[in-house]
Design a protein. Structure first.
Length: 371
């Protein structure tokens, strides 16, 4: 936690935006210009936000699960997190409009938690202003971030661990203890080091996610059941919710151990000349659902698109992004990528994040070792 004198040193008034649009755009991608490849995790990164209901019902409580990693640090760092919700149906369904005006619902906010439940308004579903064919819907925006320093909200250090729906004390509804007003919460926090300097994208990552609500339509998250290397099932570190808030169990730093993926070092250090090692998550074909919105609005019988993003902390996947299901042509069996090993022996960490085009997400983490 930050030093006490930071409260007085940085008690300055910040505007509603808290963070300029340009900064938010840059940070939302979860990477900075120093990254050699988006598939290489060598700094603080957000890999995804999972919603229990990517297509929710108005008035429903949606559970949010945040997956982030700090793979580039020489030793474990204290990483502060926030998740905030205060915006429904902004002008043009644009997230930027959420930051350009006061909150239009009672803010719900949490610090230093990777799991958070938000409750959507009962009256958020309405007819589209631009496309009368679309079924009535509503959209809620959630903002979240990770900071390898100290979060600052409206010039003050927030009470970490506070916030969230159903708080106690004299706080406003949905804000938790502390009595902080909704206007104070409707901002993107900044991130500072121990000396009060604002940190950049290697140490502070901000993102946003949309939750769509319909009266009757649903979308489920993709289903990941395991992982394969060279076509064979291997031991995984965790899948989906089991990864949330859990430190990555890296392989033994001294040798290959039973159940751990072992690969040979490549002197060319992840170059295209290195031997190709096929890797892929095991994805249930039931993950590819019918796109009900396309059917209702335009009478199109198509499925949702599915793709998988691959990440490693060393070496490199030959293809960082692979198509799993095409909306019109269907399932793609060849969604594996090729791992190109690094030259230095030691632990290697692998992530696979599966997404659909309607807000669904699933992930798996795999420990490996380079010998």
């Amino acid at each position: 936690m930050a030093k006490l004198d930071l409260h007085s040193r940085f008690r300055r008034s910040l505007p509603l935006l808290g963070l300029g649009f340009g900064s938010l755009f840059a940070l939302a991608a979860g990477c900075g210009p120093e990254l050699d490849s988006i598939s290489n995790i060598n700094t603080l990164r957000i890999l995804g936000l999972k919603k229990s209901a990517p297509y929710a019902r108005p008035g429903e409580t949606v559970q949010l699960e945040l997956l982030w990693e700090d793979a580039g640090a020489a030793k474990p760092r204290k990483v502060e997190r926030f998740i905030g919700f205060w915006c429904v149906n902004p002008l043009g369904d644009l997230f930027s409009q959420c930051l350009a005006q006061p909150p239009n619902v009672a803010p719900q906010f949490v610090f230093d938690q990777d799991s958070f439940a938000i409750t959507l308004p009962e009256d958020m579903v309405r007819q589209s202003a631009t496309d009368p064919n679309l079924p009535p819907y509503g959209v809620a925006f959630v903002f979240y971030g990770v900071c390898a320093g100290h979060l600052m909200l409206n010039g003050q250090l927030p009470d970490l661990g506070s916030g969230g729906a159903g708080g106690s004390g004299d706080a406003s509804p949905g804000l938790g203890a502390g009595g902080v007003t909704p206007t104070q919460f409707a901002a993107i926090p900044t991130c500072i080091d121990d000396d009060g300097n604002e940190l950049g994208s290697a140490d502070f990552v901000v993102a946003y996610s949309a939750i769509y609500a319909y009266q009757n339509l649903r979308n489920q998250n993709p289903i990941v059941t395991g992982f394969r290397v060279r076509g064979k099932d291997v031991a995984v570190d965790c899948i989906d919710d089991d990864c949330v808030g859990k430190t990555f169990a890296v392989a033994d730093a001294g040798k290959c151990t039973p159940g751990v993926v072992c690969v040979d070092a490549c002197k060319d250090d992840g170059a295209a000349t290195c031997p190709e090692i096929p890797i892929q998550p095991i994805i249930d074909r039931k993950s590819a659902e019918k796109d009900e919105v396309a059917k209702v609005a335009y009478d199109n019988d198509i499925e949702e698109a599915l793709w998988v993003s691959y990440f490693t902390d060393r070496g490199i996947p030959s293809d960082a992004l692979r198509l799993v299901n095409d909306a019109t042509t269907g399932w793609n069996e060849s969604y594996a990528t090729q791992l190109l090993a690094p030259k230095t022996k030691g632990p290697l960490r692998i992530w696979a994040v599966v997404r659909d085009n309607r807000g669904g997400i699933a992930w798996v983490r795999v420990p490996a070792y380079v010998q």
